[in-house]
Design a protein around this ligand. Structure first.
Ligand SMILES: Cc1cc2nc3c(=O)[nH]c(=O)nc-3n(C[C@H](O)[C@H](O)[C@H](O)COP(=O)(O)OP(=O)(O)OC[C@H]3O[C@@H](n4cnc5c(N)ncnc54)[C@H](O)[C@@H]3O)c2cc1C
Length: 293
């Protein structure tokens, strides 16, 4: 009997942790485990606000080759961008459609596609494009004298926090509770929608608008997409949806998802339910090394 595929789509913190769990618990004599991602390399997102602003010695450590995530003989890593999902009868598996037309059938699918982030930390597909993207932002930050950060959430406040000495040497303004229509990048002065003028602003950074990558689920998994939130999930994490989460929650999610995938394939009741994880945010403060607050 030919083996069926179990596909983990998305190789961020969640997908890589789930795949590692499945290499230990999935019956690999019956299933081919596939980790599928649109980039060949892992992105450590928590480092990105630091890396994309000013040149940073930690740069290389934030990325690594995803081929090393799946141990030899336990599964495969494949690069491909999924553009559509087709499911037959509920629970009967389906097929992924990739950019370029290739298709990958699956018996079970874990969707761990994460989110799309603001432009300056949304790195492109290839390593060369990524380096050009980061190099462009480094050059812009290096030449800037007045940076305007739109949004003061966890991404926005990390812009000055990670490079305090450099941030102090330039002016940084935050646009909060207001809107700025300027596109991200170099500018020559800006005015907020309510009329506040920043005539010497020379660089705009968008730090808002992260959106879950759940577009591909439309049609096949409409029941997992709600009108208010782009996705919802059940406590078994069975619906093909991602919870709003942090990298720190990947281990708890992976334990539930991996155990339930194995049970689902065996036609058994799903044994694990997600009980939540502590909510926390760590922002570095201070001028020399920083402290977490
Ligand atoms: C600046 C910043 C600081 C942060 N700080 C922290 C922190 O201190 N602590 C913390 O816990 N969390 C932090 N986070 C959040 C954390 O990084 C994310 O929650 C976490 O990375 C999400 O992991 P994920 O695996 O769900 O998604 P991701 O890491 O985004 O991985 C999803 C993967 O799926 C791929 N993908 C998407 N769509 C497709 C497709 N159609 N086809 C193929 N592949 C696809 C993507 O390319 C990506 O590789 C921070 C995030 C940012 C941006």
């Amino acid at each position: 009997m030919s083996k069926k595929n179990v596909v983990v789509l998305g190789a961020g913190s969640a997908g890589t942790t789930i795949v590692r769990a499945l290499t230990k618990s999935l019956d690999l004599s019956r299933y081919d485990l596939i980790l599928l991602n649109d980039r060949p390399y892992f992105v450590h997102l928590p480092a990105m606000a630091r890396l994309a602003t000013w040149d940073d010695p930690l740069g290389e450590k934030a990325f690594f080759d995803l081929a090393q995530v799946v141990p030899a003989g336990k599964g495969t890593f494949t690069v491909g961008k999924v553009v559509g999902v087709a499911e037959g009868a509920a629970g009967a598996g389906g097929e992924l459609e990739l950019e370029g037309g290739a298709r990958i059938p699956y018996a079970a699918l874990v969707v761990a596609t994460g989110s799309r982030w603001p432009d300056f930390i949304q790195v492109p597909a290839t390593a060369a494009e990524r380096d050009a993207h980061l190099g462009g932002w480094h050059a812009s930050f290096k030449g800037a004298e007045h940076v305007v950060v739109v949004g003061g959430g966890s991404v926005g406040i990390e812009v000055p926090a990670r490079h305090p000495a450099r941030a102090e040497a330039v002016g940084i303004s935050f646009v909060l509770g207001n809107a700025l229509d300027a596109a991200p990048g170099k500018v020559s002065g800006v005015t907020t929608r309510d009329g506040k003028s920043l005539p010497d602003a020379d660089l705009v950074v968008h730090a808002f608008g992260a959106k879950p990558n759940t577009e591909i689920l439309k049609g096949a998994f409409d029941d997992a997409l709600t009108a208010r939130a782009p996705s919802r999930s059940t406590s078994s994490l069975r619906s093909a949806a991602t919870r709003r989460k942090q990298a720190a929650k990947a281990n708890t999610h992976a334990a539930v998802a991996a155990a339930n995938v194995v049970a689902f394939l065996a036609g058994k009741p799903l044994p694990k339910s997600y009980k939540g994880s502590p909510e926390m945010i760590m922002i570095p403060l201070g001028k020399s090394g920083g402290a977490a607050g």
